[in-house]
Design a protein around this ligand. Sequence first.
Ligand code: GAP
Length: 459
Amino acid sequence: MSKDCLTMDKLVSHCKTVGFVYPGSDIYGGLANTWDYGPLGVELKNNIKRSWWKRFVQESANTYGVDAAILMNSRVWEASGHTASFSDPKMDCKECKTRYRADNLIEEHSKGAVNPDLMTNEQMEAYIEEHHINCPRCGRHNWTPIRQFNMMFSTSRGVTDEGQDLIYLRPETAQGEFVNFLNVQRTTRAKVPFGIAQIGKSFRNEITPGNFIFRTIEFEQMEHQWFCHAADSAKYYDEYKQKAWAYLIDLGFDPNELRFKDHDKLAHYAAAACDIQYLFPIGWSELNGVHNRTDYDLSRHQEYSGKSMQYLDPTTGERYVPSVVEYSIGCDRLLLATLCAAYDEEQLEGGDTRVVMHFHPYLAPYKVAVLPLQKNLGDKAREVYSALAKHFMCTYDEAGSIGKRYRRQDQIGTPMCVTIDFDTLADDTVTVRDRDTMEQIRLPIADLVAHVGSKVEFY
Ligand code: GAP
């Protein structure tokens, strides 16, 4: 194992070369902070979403999914506070006109030792002056004052040019869950406590220092709101911290590369908040958040919509606005962490190196590669491929030596390679090679579906 070798640049290059992630609008020179998922990336992403949904909806009692519209009534964002205060402290270099987040400049300069979340704009300006932080692009020191920029993307709707309404691309999926609290509770007859979960796109006009898909302007979130009585919210907050942690461990993350980090500064409505951070090649950074949001969200929607968000407890007769424990994780960010955790360069006997992605088999883009030892075994190999493809994402490769073909599958993380040889024609058995151990076993073709199925489960 030599994981220290992984840099973000190396990962970006590997992802582009094999087809996980490409720069957005590539042939036009790209568009900053946008990325496209290629044939492998889309499989990996779908599998991540499936694993999350399985864990947090399918296997979670009293939890229901929604898929709310990206465009919502603008009053939603007034109620949530995004219109007034969803902003970043930005400053421009007067020399080269590049725009930066002041908090990012301070964080990077102090290598994480200073927390700019605890500073006012004036304090940040003073820090940048005092420490003579220069423009990372042109190296000069001539800054505008810090200004707050709202991060919501706006657009307009209407059938005529006059009377256009300003609307926003949602900056988080969470509001889709809050505004459907009454609908879901009524239609499912759920009793509090219950959960609403959603996976979907969010949009933020972020200025970022690069870092691949860590922070992008368009991304997917997997968010889960647990509606409960205020008296129970601390207990559920702890429970969701543990559930969030267990999910990552069960996906194969090394606990030494994860840590909890309590927020230094709580939002005025939050009773508690923490992140799970992952040790990315750029250092410890947020992977997901867990928040005890009190009854702020439903109370605000009650105030702005005029609809009562109160729940009548059928057992105690108590009426109250439920509190919310939120667990939120970026799908793209989890995908990035998954790529980082899986990437390995192994030294082999004889001096060779192999690049191998040790994905959890459930997440691997292809579960099986079917490889005929020689091209004239193609008919039998295609037969095996078609039988397996009814159950799993499979790939087929007949080009090059078998060793080269194994390496190609290793570098995209395919957990099993099934090789068809001349014995296969005689006895209907195949060789199955394991990605991680490189060990091979001989199996009847009739047992393949059950064998592969048992290796790619996620519990
Ligand atoms: N509803 C709460 C919320 O949206 P957040 O901390 O702003 O909280 C939750 O976002 C998660 O979404 C983060 O932990 C991160 O994984 C992901 N995320 C946030 N902004 C992102 C961005 N610009 N690009 C990629 N992922 C992002």
